[in-house]
Design a binder for this molecule. Structure first.
Ligand SMILES: Cc1cc2nc3c(=O)[nH]c(=O)nc-3n(C[C@H](O)[C@H](O)[C@H](O)COP(=O)(O)O)c2cc1C
Length: 161
């Protein structure tokens, strides 16, 4: 796949096969994602591998589509509002890289914001002032939904003098 194809064909996956992901493959995608842009090279992403007890406590309505792997992605604590916002931006870049790497290899990801709720923080053991950016459900897709149409980018462009 070209980069353009990878970007355009990646979809949020809501139904997964139970097949496990080889650990070395998963690590390759997680490692590659670290090449995301991040200010002052602070690499603000932290990963929580979510085990069965924590998963059950999250009580997701579809149990994350049966994904074999769940990863909480947390943004590092920051000393200022600007740093906190930049950390969230960098972690989002990290997640997109990870999703594209997984997709290119035939896997799929569901980005759930469940971890960002007060209960999500409590279950994951993350203090309220720290940001939980995502719970990522990862596995091989059972179903790949059709792409939702996007607004033409020309509708989003303004020209400044
Ligand atoms: C910050 C963020 C939070 C999201 N949280 C959820 C969520 O909690 N539940 C959900 O079903 N999808 C969630 N999504 C996925 C979006 O619904 C999905 O990306 C969007 O519908 C476009 O579909 P696509 O990813 O297949 O192109 C989230 C995406 C982002 C970027």
């Amino acid at each position: 796949m070209t980069t353009l194809e990878t970007i355009q064909t990646r979809r949020t996956i809501k139904a997964f096969k139970p097949d496990p992901i080889p650990e070395n493959e998963l690590n390759t995608w997680l490692e590659a994602a670290s090449y995301a842009p991040n200010h002052r090279m602070n690499e603000p992403w932290e990963l929580l591998f979510i085990g069965p007890e924590t998963r059950a406590a999250l009580n997701h309505k579809t149990d994350f589509g049966g994904a074999p792997v769940l990863i909480g992605v947390v943004s590092k604590p920051a000393a200022s509002v600007v740093e906190r916002e930049e950390n969230i931006m960098a972690v989002s870049c990290y997640i997109q890289n990870f999703m594209l790497a997984a997709h290119e290899a035939g896997a799929g990801v569901f980005w759930s914001s469940l971890g960002g709720t007060a209960r999500g923080h409590e279950v994951l053991g993350i203090p309220g002032e720290q940001d939980v950016i995502a719970v990522l459900a990862v596995g091989y897709p059972q179903e790949i939904p059709a792409a939702k149409e996007r607004t033409p980018i020309t509708d989003k462009i303004s020209y400044l003098p």
